[in-house]
Design a protein around this ligand. Structure first.
Ligand code: HEM
Length: 257
């Protein structure tokens, strides 16, 4: 005889029912933290890229987040607080992602074989999301810790010195590729999972979302590399004056190296 289980079955103890909701809740939390981080990253890339508009523009953005234009002086702890919140989101997101990592080499091999057999783009994308996510554990932690503990060094010269003289550019370059692939794939998978843009033919929606995802990734990679090159150029020129912060001409009334 077939046994039929009903979700509303009252014979199931409440604690077991409540427990069974946890995977869904954790999944929602992972999606939510991922979405928040993905949207934050879009803003972050534009703020950091203001260096392409000139040193004054980047200086103004950095001072804005320190509350300089509201309080008449820089409150660096404000930046540390923002970073601490992003750091908490990042750790939560990473901890929840651990559940989905292959737990043993055997599981990993099974997945790789499955992926090779399927040759399905979305399965391959998931693999790359795991690989880039793993790399970000280490790289983003270094970056976030420095941003949180040395907020006063964020600025056209401070950031450029860090990139070039402190030799952070190789880490930033790899992190840029990792975060753009990871974030792009993540947002694409979220849109599919929650059916945000589903209209009519699901295959057509998937194709359109995939094209959009690649376009966004390519855009932020080009912007990111151009930004990196701009900071490195300033960092090389400013190396003899390492540590000296930037002051815009309208503050100093003169020229700075
Ligand atoms: C509130 C948190 C964050 C702040 C305040 C922040 C700030 C900055 C700043 C000021 C730079 C310019 C270089 C420097 O000063 O060292 C930078 C670069 C960069 N950050 Fe962040 N960041 C934050 C979070 C993140 C996160 C979570 C990631 C990725 C997981 C990330 C990835 C990058 C990358 C890839 C670059 C190089 C950008 C490029 O070359 O175009 N940042 N960040």
């Amino acid at each position: 005889m077939n046994t039929v289980f009903h979700v509303t079955d009252r014979s199931v103890p409440l604690s077991a029912k409540a427990r069974s909701r946890w995977p869904a809740r954790l999944d929602l939390l992972q999606s939510g933290t991922g979405l928040a981080l993905g949207l934050f990253m879009w803003g972050h890339m534009f703020f950091v890229a203001t260096i392409l508009l000139g040193k004054d523009a980047m200086w103004a953005v950095a001072r804005f987040f320190e509350g300089y234009f509201f309080f008449g002086r820089s409150l660096y702890w404000l930046v540390s607080l923002i970073v601490a919140i992003v750091f908490a989101l990042f750790i939560t997101h990473a901890a929840l992602a651990l559940r989905k990592f292959p737990a043993s080499y055997r599981q990993y091999r099974t997945y790789r074989d499955h992926m090779a057999g399927m040759k399905h783009e979305d399965t391959t994308l998931w693999y790359w999301q795991v690989v880039t996510g793993f790399a970000l554990f280490f790289m983003a932690s270094v970056h976030l810790y420095i941003m949180m503990t040395r907020p006063e060094r964020i600025g056209p010269f401070g950031s450029a010195d860090r990139m070039w003289s402190d030799l952070m550019w190789p880490l930033y370059l790899i992190m840029l590729f990792a975060v753009e692939f990871h974030g792009g794939i993540g947002l694409y998978r979220l849109a599919l999972k929650w059916g945000w843009f589903e209209r009519g033919d699901p295959d057509a929606t998937r194709r359109k979302l995939r094209a959009f995802k690649w376009a966004i990734t390519a855009f932020f990679l080009v912007l990111g590399v151009a930004t990196l090159v701009a900071y490195v150029k300033i960092g090389i020129e400013h190396a003899p004056f390492y540590g000296q912060p930037y002051e815009p001409a309208w503050v100093t009334g003169g020229h700075q190296p």
